[in-house]
Design a protein around this ligand. Structure first.
Ligand code: CTP
Ligand code: MG
Length: 204
């Protein structure tokens, strides 16, 4: 399992993965979810923070300038014998154990990539204001799961993409969609942290 936490948080106004969420760091919640299904967790941290102790994970590596570069840094630290690799954004601290399990199981059942998706609730339009039919649209979340070989081979040439499953599918890999969770929000701006904290409080 790779948890990518090497972003700058420019829309948040700082390194959101280290911000406090209900008494722990955002990334601690994400690592907890990851641990609940994985044999091991590789945490990818911002450049310069690789020496900070992270006792909850098996390996800490420093990421790169882009998310794809950070995924590659993490992948290099995943043991060669791993057959299934999940990639999760540290910025999604509310991903449930059930969701991690469903994604891992979809890969184990036989596909190259499995991604959680949810229906789009907002009305969506393009930049000219023309409304796009949202019926056929889905928002893509993490954790995403991969047959390790498929993920390694698409990353070998060093591509840039915000989404690894898209890369696998674009290279002819089999993609399976799993039902995501509307509450698996991505902390992007400070207000998202308020919502996440309220959700955790409600859950007890
Ligand atoms: N990420 C990463 N390395 C990067 C960029 C992003 O590991 N160079 C990680 C982030 O830490 C986050 C996830 O990828 O967990 C999703 O990225 P995003 O939500 O865009 O986070 P940031 O890139 O940090 O935020 P922003 O785009 O606002 O700067
Ligand atoms: Mg980003």
């Amino acid at each position: 399992m790779i948890v990518v936490a090497a972003g700058r948080g420019s829309r948040f106004g700082g390194a959101k993965q280290y911000a406090d969420l209900a008494g722990r760091r955002v990334l601690d919640w994400s690592v907890d979810g990851a641990r609940s299904v994985a044999d091991g967790v590789v945490l990818v941290v911002p450049p310069g923070r690789g020496e900070e102790p992270e006792p909850a994970v098996e390996a800490v590596v420093e990421g790169g300038d882009t998310r794809s570069a950070s995924v590659r840094a993490g992948l290099a630290a995943v043991p060669k014998y791993a057959e299934v690799v999940l990639v999760h954004d540290a910025a999604r601290p509310l991903a449930s154990h059930a969701l991690f399990r469903a994604v891992a199981d979809a890969v184990i059942a036989g596909t190259d990539a499995a991604v959680p998706v949810v229906a789009v609730v907002d009305t969506i339009c393009d930049e000219r204001g023309t409304v796009v039919d949202r019926e056929g649209l889905r928002a893509v979340q993490t954790p995403q799961g991969f047959r390790a070989n498929a993920l390694r081979s698409v990353h070998a040439p060093g591509p840039e993409a915000t989404d690894d499953a898209t890369l696998v599918a674009a290279n002819g890999g089999r993609l399976r969609l799993v039902l995501g969770d509307r509450w698996n929000l991505k902390v992007t701006e400070p207000a998202d942290l308020v919502v996440a904290a309220a959700f955790l409080l409600e859950q007890g």
